[in-house]
Write a protein of this length. Sequence first.
Length: 428
Amino acid sequence: PALSMHAIDGLVFEDVPLNAVADALGTPTWVMGARTLRGRYARLSGAMRDAGLDVAIHFAVKANDHLAVLKVLGAQGAGADVVSGGELCRAMAAGIPACEIVFSGVGKTRAEMELALRHDIARINVESAEELELLSAVAVACGRTARIALRVNPDVDAGTHAKITTGLAGNKFGIPYDRAADLYAHAAVLPGIHPAGLAVHIGSQIERMQPYRQAYARVAELVRVIRARDLGVEVIDCGGGLGISYRHETEGAPEALANAIRLELGDLGTRLEIEPGRWLAGPAGLLLSTVILRKRGYDGMPPFVVLDAAMNDLARPSLYDAWHGIIPLSPRDAVAPAEQVHVVGPVCESGDTFGHDRTLPHLRDGSRVAILDAGAYGMVMSSTYNARPMAAQVMVDGSRWDVIRARQKIESLWEGDIVPNTLTHPAG
Ligand code: LLP
């Protein structure tokens, strides 16, 4: 609904013709839609409210950490789920109050713990007994009390890609279920620690509700076990993971998630939280790119359409074999006869492929395309591999658009390089 094809303007995102953006800035360029972000946030929070739940939404900053994105979501009431000191600082720089920030992750350093404690953030989600001991020591040393949740590993299969499944026994995440209650009791007597609740996150791009139900049911059981020991459980962090539709998948419905939370956790009298990233930001962003050239392959094989965007910009296809929609910007290209092509980037790896055997309207050299659903785990995962500068970024908001990051200057690629003196003035 945020994208439409106009006879003259071509592809329009919200109310901005994407050709105008590409004319002004060139490509590759990321585009985020502020109105789309707000709309998705409203739908998610509305679904929770309609289910009779008071659920705090903490945006998973890892999905898109641009300050403008965090500002838009923060203004709607979102808090933040962060996994590093850097993300914590970004969230605060965007004006998200520390009391709405939760810190997750399997390996927080001492310095990151100190930072979180110094800013008195809402909570730290602890992922191991070892981390709990360290946090206790750090909290005592800083003269603070760390409010924590124990992240449990429920050993539930989220039914998603192996690289983004996190709730199985063999995954590095969370505390083994059978040890969680004892560890909670231990946390209650550790100095500098206040055990406030439990957290669970079983993976990303989850399409079905059954894994959520299973995981939440296990958490509910744990709450009862812990309470039977006369310990308090004030909050449950229900994690993120709700999937979107890149191709044929059905988008995870916030209403269904709300229902799963209500059914399994609704009557425990705890505060509730979720930490979605992809569902909020994914469909709110895209990547603009231009066809550098078409290249003929071996006889009988599809031609290669070589784009000026590459795996260093959008890594998901090369990392997870992810499928992203690709559509032309110009109305003329959009109605060109369909053909089968491989859509690739210019980076010197075969993995630098956006689509194998795609059926697309015939694209010419210089044709522009939008690579869709790139608002989550897109720009944040880019690199300067092959000395390719970081792409420009734009935010559209209804009919206006603004540059939110200039294209990186070539010279800045080696700005931080230090050449030891001895190399320029060899001794002897
Ligand atoms: N909470 C925790 C503890 C997480 O580890 C994650 C994601 C989230 C929340 C947010 O999950 P989401 O709602 O976005 O599914 N780079 C991969 C995805 C990695 C997800 C990592 N953890 C991709 O591009 O598919």
